[in-house]
Design a protein around this ligand. Structure first.
Ligand code: CO
Length: 512
């Protein structure tokens, strides 16, 4: 008996020692755990895509439950205490550069996710759902008062949320970090202010000039024909239809591993620019490292960087002369617009005209719409203005920045869904993305000196490869300032963007 016990003990010790030798590093366990949550998030995206694109209405009740359950499970996995402990342990282990990056990114996300109690998250989610309904009603009836109490609540909840995450920081900066975690507020503000002055100045000069002809942009084209052209354009610039697909939806978007949508309701040109924009987002997703999917190494960087990938294709490339030199002969033939010259379409694609609606804005006025929202959000969250004053402030800023005043709130303060969803701090990423796109575009021009000739011949492969190597494959390995420094050899700045705008539009509008 005694002997047997001893033997058993020895056996047990031996086993433990063996296990010790093979013990998983905390890093590996951490990665395995968070990857599970990451994969579940991709499932959630697939559910969203299906809901927007193909789901029959009668299935929506189940979809709400499915989405709720998936995000709850993903959140539970990611925020469990064990993850916090593994982060601490992994930080003490010997890690290579990529491993360190993974821990850094997981830690950032974990700290934010665990600082806010689930009761507040639930309140925010429920308030947003209610507010979005009220916002829809307010917009329909053109009555700001319907939305106002909900917006007040949202602002209060967002302030509370920011305070819990970091009570010592500008709460607006804390909110921005949900969408752009890496570029500091001061840096964003400085660049936006510079863009504001330059864009206003440029717009003033453009307004004195004759606008281009655009009547042919409203020509009705059969939807089927448009879809064929849009698919051709997407495939030509390098969007991979083996991995993704193009569908129609009310609002264009990219989701479920780079699947894209566009819409034809706003005219044939917007369908094309929308497709190009989303294809840029889609190519980013497709260019990620497959073996790292679900971890920060196989995830897109911040929303600003994501937007840079759509904007570079939509604007810098897709609104260039050489792009239309290649595509216009093909498109104009299909659409029966052969009498319109390349020069005419190029000028029409680049018309600058202050508009009331952000999503309809051109390259010069778009950032002004963003700056308006940035300033308002900053003042609201910091208590310098109130929700009651918002329509007046909105209209005054529209006058100051774009020289036009909305005739009603539907075309003014009620136009965007973002605030109703509790997304405060999201807007700056649109302008930052556009700015970063211009910086990347300048560097590509230097690295591929024959870029313009290649575009003129419909060859986009080298541009796509450049972006894949410098941006897509990097995942979240570097924080945004470092990612852009490595890709372009320069600090993030508005310099290239302002230069691009000035050169392009002075030429188009004949400004000295
Ligand atoms: Co986008």
């Amino acid at each position: 008996m005694e002997k047997k016990k001893k033997e058993q003990k020895r056996e047990k010790e031996k086993k433990e020692k063996n296990n010790e030798g093979k013990k998983m590093r905390a890093y590996d366990e951490l990665k395995k755990t968070i990857k599970k949550a990451g994969i579940l998030n991709t499932v959630h995206e697939l559910l969203d895509w299906d809901q927007e694109v193909t789901m029959p209405k009668g299935a929506s009740w189940l979809r709400a439950i499915q989405r709720g359950t998936i995000s709850e499970v993903a959140h539970e996995i990611f925020t469990q205490k064990k993850v916090g402990e593994l982060i601490k342990e992994a930080e003490k282990e010997e890690l290579n550069e990529e491993e360190k990056a993974l821990v850094r990114e997981v830690k950032k996300k974990y700290e934010r996710a665990t600082k806010v109690p689930s009761s507040l998250i639930k309140e925010i989610t429920e308030t947003s759902a209610r507010a979005t309904e009220k916002w829809k009603e307010a917009r329909e009836k053109n009555e700001y008062e319907i939305f106002k109490p909900e917006l007040k609540k949202i602002i209060e909840l967002q302030k509370e949320y920011a305070k819990l995450i970091n009570p010592d920081k500008n709460p607006y900066e804390v909110l921005i970090e949900d969408y752009e975690s890496d570029i500091p507020y001061e840096e964003i503000k400085k660049n936006l202010e510079k863009i504001k002055e330059e864009s206003k100045e440029l717009l003033k000069k453009i307004k004195e000039k004759e606008p281009p002809r655009t009547d042919f942009l409203t020509k009705e084209i059969e939807e089927e024909k448009q879809l064929i052209i849009n698919k051709t354009v997407a495939a030509t610039i390098g969007y991979d239809f083996e991995k993704g697909r193009l569908d129609l939806s009310v609002h264009p978007f990219t989701g479920a591993y780079g699947r894209i949508t566009t819409r034809t309701s706003e005219g044939w040109l917007e369908a094309i620019t929308g497709t190009i924009h989303e294809a840029g987002h889609g190519m980013y997703e497709h260019g990620l490292r497959e073996e790292e999917i679900g971890t920060p190494l196989g995830e897109p960087s911040t929303l600003s960087v994501h937007e840079s990938q759509s904007r570079i294709w939509e604007n810098n490339i897709g609104r260039s002369k050489e792009f239309w030199e290649y595509f216009w002969p093909r498109i104009s033939k299909e659409y029966g617009l052969e009498e319109i010259s390349v020069e005419e379409i190029y000028r029409a694609v680049n018309i600058v005209k202050p508009s009331l609606i952000r999503v309809e804005a051109d390259e010069v006025t778009y950032p002004l719409h963003i700056i308006l929202r940035f300033e308002i959000e900053d003042d609201l969250i910091n208590g310098r203005i109130t929700v009651d004053e918002l329509p007046t402030i909105w209209n005054n800023k529209m006058k100051e920045l774009l020289g036009i005043i909305p005739p009603n709130n539907k075309l003014g303060v009620l136009q965007d869904i973002h605030w109703s969803m509790g997304s405060i701090g999201y807007f700056p990423t649109y302008a930052l993305g556009t700015m970063i796109a211009a910086q990347l575009y300048e560097k590509i021009k230097k690295d591929i000196p024959t870029m313009k000739e290649e575009i003129r011949k419909g060859e986009f492969k080298r541009i796509k490869e450049w972006l894949k190597e410098k941006i897509h494959q990097q995942g979240r390995k570097y924080e945004v300032p470092e990612l852009i420094r490595r890709a372009t050899g320069k600090e993030i700045s508005s310099e290239d963007y302002i230069k691009y705008l000035k050169e392009k539009y002075k030429e188009i509008y004949g400004i000295e």
